[in-house]
Structures are given as structure tokens and as C-alpha cells.
Write a protein that binds this ligand. Sequence first.
Ligand SMILES: C[S@@+](CC[C@H](N)C(=O)[O-])C[C@H]1O[C@@H](n2cnc3c(N)ncnc32)[C@H](O)[C@@H]1O
Length: 420
Amino acid sequence: MTSGRKALFKVCEPNMRAIRATILRWPKMPIGMPTGEQLFKAAVQHQIDGNLGEAERLYQSFLTDHPHRDDAYFGYGLLCLGAGRKEEAVGHFERALFIAPGNVDYWANLATANYSIGRINDAGYAHLRALRIEPGNIDIQQLRDDFAAKPHVFGESAIHSAHAPARQVYMSACVDILGKSLGDTPPPLRILEIGSYMGASLLTWAAAAERLYRKGCEILCIDPWGDSGAGQYKPGVQQALESQIAYEIFRHNAAVTGKKDNVSVIEMRATSRAALPLLGDKQFHLIYVDGGHFYDDANFDIGACHRLLSPGGIMCGDDLELQAHQCDMEFLRANTSADYVTTPNGEELHPGVTLAVHEFFGKVSAFEGFWAMRKQDGGGYQQVEFSGATGIIPGHWPEHLQDQARAHFAENQTIGALIG
Ligand SMILES: C[S@@+](CC[C@H](N)C(=O)[O-])C[C@H]1O[C@@H](n2cnc3c(N)ncnc32)[C@H](O)[C@@H]1O
């Protein structure tokens, strides 16, 4: 049955309020309807009232007897979307569309569900189909344009270092420090990032280049994106890499970033071992090491990046929860092939990063797991001073994490100024 009901889901992150508003626009069921219809009506009513368990039970029961009812699959899909079960929502919207492929609202909501799990190409296709049916539909045009223009950071595991949002602020402050100190060095500012994943850190570099550096900036991102090395991460990250969702989201964020006038993004899909030897000496002003965290990888990356970093440039990285002088060296050496471990004292750290940073630099400037060192003319390194620098609260991160970053800097006066 093709329903003529209008139900366009307009927001990226589903919430019950939007679903209620959508369902309330549905016309009332006629009185004296057959039992099956009463079941359907009751399912919708429970959904409106927020009794999702009961609504789901009734949808399932109704669909068992009425497997050709696209509107019931659609309602069930909205229920799943609102409950954060986005993959299931996709399945229900697709079933509704098998039955009623001409329904614009089903396509639009399928687009929303696909986008929210990082299937950006599928979302684009669903919008295309919707607009083929109703080329002048302004709501769907707007939705499509919003998706294309906004960074995507709410896919599963997208914000990799969500436990320490202040790190992004220190990262942006590195760009500010370089902008102030590179003096006559002509643009572009060249940034190398090893380990880009879905592009959350890329968005941080790009925002800093746009707001703090303001001249041309080139960002080279190196990552195998699941072609190798995914097995070292926790299941959500591994799955995102191997399914190529991480790469799809990265490509989207790189495209969004590339719309900034002064920023260009280049990607090399390879491991750092394959890619770094291809790059010339002293090419980069800022290098961010956030790729493989086993000791061998971190050690290789830091050593190879020394050659690539120009004097005056900053090498920095993620996931230095503890420095070697705070650890038992034997424990570190016994865990060189581990990503993330808990010490006998209950502290959590990336042992490979801690050991590799220690062996190359000794003690580094480190804040909340972010570390940074500045290269001297003679090739040595010194710690980085952030007290005169400006950092940016990561506007592409969820509000509550932005607040956490603000709280960190309210408590620690480690940075000169904070914007955003
Ligand atoms: C911790 S995530 C990076 C997070 C990202 N910088 C961010 O903040 O959003 C690590 C990434 O490193 C990549 N990676 C793993 N081994 C690598 C290697 N040998 N060379 C380059 N990248 C690697 C993984 O594919 C993964 O995407």
C-alpha cells in the first residue's frame, strides 16, 4: 500500500520529539476499523506516548499479519531511528520502499538513517531518488545540502579521543604558535597527519588554519583506512575501518574541509612505512603522529618524521597518557605489541607510544594525552610553551565534549586564550 501521508524526518540526530511531531501529522484512523488496523493504531499511539517496547511489539505483531504494509515498516523504522538503532531503521525504510518505491518521505528518512551511520554515498543516492520523484521539494533539497555542507562526527566511534576533548584545543594552538613564529616563511603551512581515521583531527587542523593561520594551508593525511592494521583497535573502530565506513566519513569531511578557501587536503591511502619514504626532507611545518600505536609503528613514525620536519616546526601526537618517567620501564618493554593496556596500578596507557616518545625525545611537553616538541635549527628538540598561544574549542565536536574542554581550561591556565 502506498500511503500518501507526509512524514519527513528532518534532523540528523533522531530524537523522540521529532518522531512524535512526525507521527502526529498522520491522519486519524477511521472508527470501526478491523482488528489489525487497531493494532497498527495502538502501535502508533504507544510510539507517540514513548512506550517504545509496547509499540515495537505491536508493530511486529501487525507486520506478521500484514507484511505488505509499507506505512507500518515506515513507522517501525522511525521507532528504531529514534531509539538509536540506525541499522535496523535502514532495513525497515528499505522494506517500506520495496513496497512503495514512489514515496518521497521514505527515501528522505532512509537518507537520514544512512547518513547517521556514515553511509554517505547511500544517503546521497536516497536523496537523489527522492528528488527524482519530487524535483522541487525544498525540504529535501535543504536536507541534502545540509548533509553535504556539515562535518560528520556522529558516526559510531567517530570521535576517537572523546575522553580528552582538550587535546583538540592544544592541537589548534600549535597552528597558532607556528603562524606567529614562522615569520617570513611563505605559505602554505604544511601539515602532515599520520592516522586520520574519520577525519575528526583533520577538522581540527582545518579550523585552526582557517581561523588562526588564515593563509594557505596544505594537509596531507596518511592512513591505510582498513587495508591493514585495523585489528589492533577495539571492535567499534576495527569494524568502522574494515567496513570502509571510516573512509567514507573521512572523504566526506575532507570534502567539507576542502571548501575552506585557504585549506587543501591531500590523502595517501597507505601505511606510514610505505608513504613516509616517498616524502622529501624538511617538507612539513607541523607533523601529527596518530597512526599505529604499537611500539614498532610509533618508533618508526617518530624517527621518519624527524627527517620530514623543518627546523622551527612542531612534531606532536596523541595518546601519551603517561610519560616513561611515570611508568615501570619493564612493564613498557613487556607491552610493546599492545595498543592500550592497564598497568598493575590501574592506570591506562598506550605503552608503545610512551616508550617510543621517551626513546626519541626524553621528557616532552604533554597535556591530557597530547604531546608536542619543537625542532631546533641544530636538529634537537625543545618543549612547546602554550601560555602565549590561542586555541579553539572544537566546534565540530558534540556540545557536552566542548563543555568538558572549556572546563579543563577554566581549571588549568595552560593556554593564552581560548576561542569558540
Ligand atoms: C587513533 S586513529 C586516528 C584518529 C584521528 N587522528 C582522529 O583524531 O580522529 C588511528 C588511525 O591510524 C591508522 N593507522 C594504523 N596503522 C597505521 C600505519 N601503520 N600508518 C598510518 N596509519 C595507520 C588507522 O587506520 C586509524 O585510522
